[in-house]
Every structure is written in C-alpha cells, then in structure tokens.
Design a protein around this ligand. Structure first.
Ligand code: ADP
Length: 600
C-alpha cells in the first residue's frame, strides 16, 4: 500500500492549508494585486450610488449654470473612476485567472510526477479513468476556488457590509425591514443550496455512468461486434443516457425554482421598500433621492450574497479535491531504492531466485497475509548467457516470476540476485537499464517510428536507430513507408500489424542493448510470415544475453538451452526438452496437451 505519514486531524488541516498557500508562492505579487484590485472595484461600486445621491440631492438643485460648470469635473471624475475600475476589473478577470491557472499547472505537474513515481501495484489498484479525472476535474475545481475565493469572498464581504452600513446611515426603519427580508433570503438560499447539492451530486453520478458505459462499449468493441451485441449495448446506453436526462431535468427544475424564488423575494423586497419609502417620504421623514439611492444599493447587495452562498459549494469541492490531491502527491511509492543503493554491475549476467515467496497486494485494506501467494518458494538459477524457457499452465506464475526480476513488485521473502547482487540493494534505474523486456502487448507511443525505437534513449543517433531496426528485421519494411523512419505511429499515425509492432519493440531493445532479457512470447497468432520474422529477430536478440522467455511455441521451447516448468508458483521440473519428455512428468503432460499433433 502507498503510505501517508500519520498526523492528527488538526495538524493535517493546518498542513493542508499551508501546502495550499505554498502554491500561491512565487505569485504573491499577483495575489496581492488581485486582492487590491478587487477591493478597489468593490469600493467604486459602493461609492457610485452615494455620489449620485450627493449630486441629485445637492448639486443638481442649484441653477443650471452651476450644473454645467460642474459637469466638466464630473465627466473627468467619472472617466478616471471608471478607467480605474475597468483596469482593476480586467486585472482580476485576467491575471486572477492566470494566477489560478498557474497554480493548477504546477499542481498538475506535481500530480503527474507522483503518478510516474508510483510502483506498478499502484496502477493495479487504481483505474486509469479515475487517475485521469483527478488530473483534470479535481484540479479545475481547486484552481477555480484559488482564483475566485479571495475575489468573491473579499469583494462580497466589502460590498455587503459596506452597503448595509450606508443603508443604515440613510434610513434606519427601511434597513430593519431590509434586514428581515435579507435574513429570509439567506435561509432560503442555504436550504435551496442543500437541495440542489443533492440534485447536482446525482447528476454527476449519472453522467459518470454514461461515460463509463461509453468507455466500456468502446474498449470492448471487438467483443460487441463478435457477439453482434450492438442492440444490447444500445439498450444499456439508452438506459443510462435517459437516467442522465432525467436527472438533468430535475436539476433544471430545482434551479428554475431557486431562481424564481430569488426573483420573488426581490420583488417583495422592492415592493416593501417603495411602499414603506413612499410612506416615509409622505411623512416628511425621507428625501425622494434617498429612496432612489436606497434602491440602487439593494441591487449591490444580492449578487455578492448569492456569489458567497454559491461559492461554498465550489469551495467544498475544492477542499475535497485538494485533500485527494495531497494524499496522492504525498504518498510514497511502495518500491524505493534502498538508502545508499549502488548501481548494478552486470559482469556475466547470472540470475538466481532463492526461495521466493510473493503475493499480490489486493489493496482492500487486508493484511498482506490475507492475499493468496502466487509464488511459493520458487528456486531458479540461470547461467550467464543461457536462454531459459518458462512453460506451464496459465496462472502458474510465469509472468509474475519475470515481473519480480526488474522489481516491478518486491518479493515477500527470499531473494533474487543478479551476479550476486540482490535486486533490492541496487538502484532501480541501473537494474532496469540492465534488463530488456519485450511484452506480448506492444505499446507504441504517439510519435515517429524513429522516436519509438529510440524510446528511453533520446541521445541515440539515426545510424544507431537504423542499425537496431536492421537487427530486428524491420528496416526493410520501414524503408518502404513514404516517410520512412519519420512515419507517425500510435493513435495519430499509420496502423501497423501485430508483427510489425513486435519488431519495432524488439528494435527498441536492440538499441538499449541490455545484458539480460525477458521475452513474453505473443500468444495471439501472428500470420506465419510475421511469426517467422519475429522469431528470427528474437533469436538474434537473445544471442549472448541471459534470456528468460515465457514460451508458448514449441519451436521456442526446443531452441531454449533449458526449460523450467512452473506450476502453482514453483519450479517443478527443469531440463532440456528431450530430458523432460523422457521423464514423463508435468512437462510431458503439458506438452501432450499443448503440442501433440502440432508441428514445431
Ligand atoms: P502465468 O504467467 O503463468 O499465466 P501469472 O504470473 O500471470 O501466471 O499469474 C499468477 C497468478 O497471479 C494468477 O492467479 C493471477 O490471477 C495472479 N495475478 C497476476 N497478475 C496480477 C496482478 N497484477 N494483481 C493481482 N493478481 C495477479
């Protein structure tokens, strides 16, 4: 399991907050400027009705000459004021977002680093869709909160408190009435928010159902087609799509009710203010201009209140997202270099498995002892330069045996050594540099053929790449392509056959030139010609290297120097093909089942 250091909840919260602030570091100037600009915008918005009140209440009552001469000052004053507001608004909208985006980008990089650091078992336990959604949507929520947080909360706070103070100054009875309606508004908003949150949550679950249906159907498209099960898929998709539509309709109904409710409350508020204000004016207790100013301030009120209340949801999402993010970034890979680990020195390439036990960690919180052992006391000595074929029934532990050598997983007990050095005592980098792996499923990255052959070795020269392709029997084919080595492969490029991909992967390993090889022979049938070409290049690759091959073909088994039969996590027999057949044990039985009647 990945480990996170234990902390008390309070320490954890403080640590979380501190590390969140840490992402503002390096852009403190933007943060401060953002806040100053936000305050200026709020100040100007607050000042406007007051200025208008002063003008209508005082200046505009004087003669027309006085008004005309004041208009010039007014014009200049207003132009300056709104130019400043424009600049500040622009700063908040642009640089505020840039600040959020920069934080998000740094977090994304940190998260990607964490993913790259993790051991394979981590990827066994976590679905790639989930890891991707963390990288995209969690971080988006966080950056929204990081940017809008200070702005909404600060501007909102200043506007609400400021206008309330001014309103009380203008007229106390009206403000008491306003306060009551406002309290109702807040309660209504909180309740509506609570209801809408449930609707939103359901909506998210349903859209993710639609997505996973789609993903499943696309990933399994070959199965779907081969069972002619398009109708079944269509029906399943239609169901989840309708459920999503249904929840969306409910969401819009809730939103519609909410907005209509706010509008109704505002209507009540304005009616009350006008009627009460009119009565106060009639009683000579209020000026008409004050009432107009009053109405203007009220509109300043509601938007920030709504913003603040709505923001609590974004904020909660961001906190949850940041917590998940921190957990991931802080977790330690299960497999790490031992302190003071030295580089592996491969002198001859002798490999030795000694009484190895291993169980996959299912990651469901149970102790390691609960997981079934898949390797149970495996012993295997492989001589330098030898090719050993691992054979046996599927599920016996052949792939696992191979995965333990480059430390994709660590043994639970026992040891594995290369030229006498325990694989856990050397650096993972040097260990993995010494081992070349050709897998059944070849993965080609988006990019050119040349880049794919040189994968992991950006300093490789074109001559080296061509030489590797030559050795892997693929050079001739590459040269027939219009763009040759510059041909794009992967998602965006040329489609290659299974055999061609295999040989590109073999060229990759030729270029790497490791002393030790692990070959997982493809079980899927390549056509005869491809198979022959692949076999030939594999044979030449393994020459002079210690090779472990998970063998499925009789020809490979016969060509190997030795065969080890693996059954239920142990080596049960070892010898040449003839020796093992003569013995009439597990291998002989396996041979009869797999190959009797087949030709080598
Ligand atoms: P073989 O290569 O001989 O077919 P494997 O080494 O692939 O055998 O599998 C041995 C056992 O380990 C099987 O029971 C398999 O289900 C289990 N196993 C293989 N890979 C994993 C994994 N990543 N997580 C959990 N269990 C696994």
């Amino acid at each position: 399991m990945s480990t996170v250091s234990p902390k008390s909840p309070a320490q954890h919260r403080r640590g979380l907050f501190a590390s969140f602030l840490g992402y503002y570091a390096g852009q403190m100037h933007l943060f401060i400027a953002d806040i100053v600009c936000a305050i200026v915008v709020a100040g100007i918005d607050l000042a406007f009705p007051q200025i208008l009140r002063t003008l209508t209440g005082g200046l505009f009552r004087q003669g027309s000459d006085a008004i005309t001469s004041a208009l010039v000052y007014l014009l200049v004053g207003f132009v300056v004021m709104y130019a400043v507001r424009f600049g500040c608004r622009y700063f908040v909208a642009y640089w505020g977002h840039v600040m959020g985006a920069r934080m998000e980008s740094r977090m994304r990089e940190d998260l990607f680093d964490a993913y790259e650091r993790m051991s394979l078992s981590f990827f066994d336990r976590n679905k790639s869709g989930d890891l991707m959604s963390r990288l995209v949507s969690d971080l988006f929520d966080i950056s929204e909160a990081a940017h809008h947080g200070p702005e909404f909360l600060l501007i909102g706070f200043i506007e609400v408190v400021g206008s309330f103070a001014i309103l009380s100054f203008i007229n106390v009875p009206l403000t008491v009435c306003l306060g009551v309606v406002l309290a109702i508004l807040v309660v209504y908003n909180l309740r509506a928010n609570l209801q809408m949150k449930a609707v939103f949550r359901e909506n998210r679950v349903r859209i993710s159902n639609v997505n996973s249906r789609l993903e499943d159907s696309l990933a399994g498209v070959r199965v779907v087609k081969s069972f002619a099960a398009e109708d079944v898929e269509r029906e399943k998709f239609r169901e989840s799509n309708e459920a999503y539509l249904d929840s969306k309709v409910r969401m819009y109904r809730a939103m519609g009710r909410y907005q209509a409710g706010i509008a109704a409350l505002m209507g009540i508020l304005y009616t009350l203010i006008v009627v009460m204000g009119g009565w106060l004016i009639a009683q000579g207790q209020m000026e008409a201009t004050d009432l107009a100013t009053y109405a203007l301030y009220i509109s300043l009120f509601t938007t920030p209140i709504e913003n603040i209340l709505n923001f609590t949801e974004t904020f909660q999402k961001a906190i949850a997202g940041f917590r998940r993010f921190k957990e991931m970034v802080d977790s330690q890979p299960e497999i790490e270099d031992a302190p003071g680990a030295s580089a592996l020195k491969v002198t001859k390439g002798a490999i030795s498995y000694h009484d190895v036990h291993f169980a996959y960690d299912s990651g469901d919180g149970e102790g390691a002892g609960e997981n079934p052992e898949v390797i149970r006391g495996l012993n295997l000595d492989i001589r330098p330069g030898e090719t050993i074929a691992l054979v046996g029934a599927s599920g016996g532990g052949k792939s696992t045996t191979c995965a333990l050598l480059p430390r994709f997983y660590d043994v639970d007990s026992g040891s594995i050594t290369i030229d006498g050095q325990d694989v856990r005592s050397v650096t993972q980098r040097s260990l993995r540099e010494a081992i070349g792996i050709v897998q059944q499923e070849v993965y080609l990255f988006d990019g050119t053929i040349a880049e794919n052959i040189a994968y992991g070795n950006p300093r490789a020269t074109m001559a080296q790449i061509e030489q590797a392709a030559e050795k892997a029997n693929i050079a001739e084919f590459i040269e027939t392509l219009p763009d040759g080595y510059e041909t794009q492969v992967g998602e965006r490029g040329t489609r290659l056959s299974g055999g061609q991909k295999q040989r590109i992967a073999i060229a990759r390993v030729f270029l790497k030139d490791p002393k030790i090889l692990i070959l997982d022979e493809a079980t899927s049938a390549l056509d005869n010609e491809s198979e022959h070409a692949v076999q030939e290049s594999l044979a030449s690759l393994s020459r002079g290297r210690t090779t472990i091959v998970i063998a499925h073909r009789l020809s490979t088994i016969k060509d190997a120097d030795e065969i080890a039969t693996i059954d239920a996590g142990r080596v049960v027999e070892r010898g040449t093909h003839e020796e093992l057949l003569a013995r009439g044990g597990t291998y002989a039985r396996y041979y009869r089942m797999q190959f009797e009647g087949a030709r080598a």
